[in-house]
Write a protein that binds this ligand. Structure first.
Ligand code: SF4
Length: 387
């Protein structure tokens, strides 16, 4: 831990033997998936203010330039997304805007919100009203912050990126990896179906990659709450010129992710950033969210593929492709699962588990007798992937 960094109470002990064993994994050690999935979303950059300055990131804007979408803008994006057949409102953030972002704080104050999280809650409610299921990725969150928004989200996420202290997280404000582990732990304690992932190529070692994947697996083992793990390469952009990991690296680390995680946890690569068609045989079974409406605001130089391109990836891999909701089916209560559901409930018991992964608000949306409810149930029941 860096001098002055905050210590977070996350006890994740990874033994050397597990690390060595994972480091020995090659793509030949994994089996191909039986199908590929994806979700259809709109990308909503609620704020580009961030208290950190990661050197590979073009998402954050400095104080004075950072944006904060109004609820009217959020509504318009969601409405377009629902009309285009999307099911997910992906809310992205920088981490909590700190006190340098006076404009953001005074704007929130003018609108009657005391924090970015109370504002996020209102934005999630707008998404639900417009017929999309919120999936918020608001960076590090304390347990209180997450609890303030969890019941308005179908699932949530944060990239662990790495358990290592890397220079790419340095700069005037340093992101502390254990904060990310704490956020993942908070999600487990609050019964939030959760997405996380690793960022490959930011200065971490192979051992760091193994330790990061095993840390996610250990937290999942404790809480059963991880639905998917993204294996994402860092990519060139105006702030990052140190290159991207090569294909051999991506193949090996993807295979390591598949071996480190239980089968119920999907391994995802983003097809606009990674060579997805060359990674399927390394254990990838999910192609993430694609948007027919909005840009990838985190990687604006890398356009989303059309659903047709995902179909081509699936055809080449000779695998069926189906659409999913932002929350995976195994987290739904038994009465909302389809006849085709053949997995294990998220609590690891059976389909009658009693943990409340789905809040009353999300359950109402999923069961509503309206166009959005129909759209959610159609995706669940048919895995619709009409481009
Ligand atoms: S990667 Fe995330 S935490 Fe780092 S600067 Fe960008 S938005 Fe902030």
């Amino acid at each position: 831990m860096r001098p002055g960094a905050t210590e977070y109470d996350v006890e994740v002990a990874i033994d050397d033997e597990a690390i060595e064993s994972l480091l020995a994994v090659t793509p030949e050690d994994v089996t191909r998936p039986s199908e590929l999935t994806f979700a259809r979303n709109v990308f909503i950059p609620l704020t580009t203010a961030c208290r950190y300055t990661c050197t590979y990131c073009t998402y954050f804007d400095p104080p004075g330039q950072a944006s904060l979408l109004s609820l009217e803008e959020v509504r318009e994006i969601c409405r377009d997304g629902a009309e285009a057949g999307c099911t997910e409102a992906l809310f992205t953030f920088g981490d909590d805007p700190d006190d340098r972002y006076t404009e953001i704080h005074s704007q929130l104050d003018d609108w009657g919100y005391d924090s970015i999280h109370t504002y996020l809650r209102a934005a999630c409610e707008v998404a639900l009203e417009e017929g999309l299921l919120p999936h918020a990725n608001p960076g590090d969150q304390t347990r209180e912050q997450m609890a303030a928004v969890a019941d308005r989200n179908a699932s949530m996420g944060v990239m662990l990126e790495s358990t290592a202290d890397v220079d790419a997280h340095a700069g005037p404000r340093q992101k502390e990896p254990s904060q990310r582990l704490q956020t993942i732990k908070n999600a487990g304690e609050l019964d939030v179906a959760f997405t996380t992932g690793i960022l490959v190529g930011i200065g971490e070692t192979w051992r760091d990659r193994a330790e990061s994947l095993l840390s996610i697996a250990a937290l999942h083992d404790r809480y059963d709450h991880i639905q998917e793990v993204i294996v994402q390469p860092v990519v060139q952009n105006e702030r990052w010129t140190d290159g991207s990991p090569d294909l051999e690296t991506m193949r090996r680390v993807t295979a390591m992710a598949r071996v480190a995680l239980p089968e119920a946890v999907s391994v995802q690569v983003p097809p606009n950033l990674a060579p997805a068609r060359d990674l399927i045989d390394c254990g990838v079974d999910d192609l993430g969210g694609v948007s027919p409406v909005t840009d990838d605001h985190i990687n604006p130089d890398y356009a989303w593929p059309a659903v047709r391109e995902l179909e081509e990836i699936a055809e080449k891999a000779e695998l069926p492709l189906s659409e999913r909701l932002p929350v995976y089916e195994r987290f739904l209560p038994a009465e909302l699962r389809t006849d085709q559901f053949d997995g294990v409930a998220a609590d690891g018991t059976d389909c009658d588990g009693d943990r409340d992964w789905i809040s009353p608000a999300i359950r109402s949306a999923l069961t509503a007798d309206d166009a959005a409810g129909d759209r959610y149930r159609t995706v669940l029941e048919t895995g619709r992937s009409d481009g």
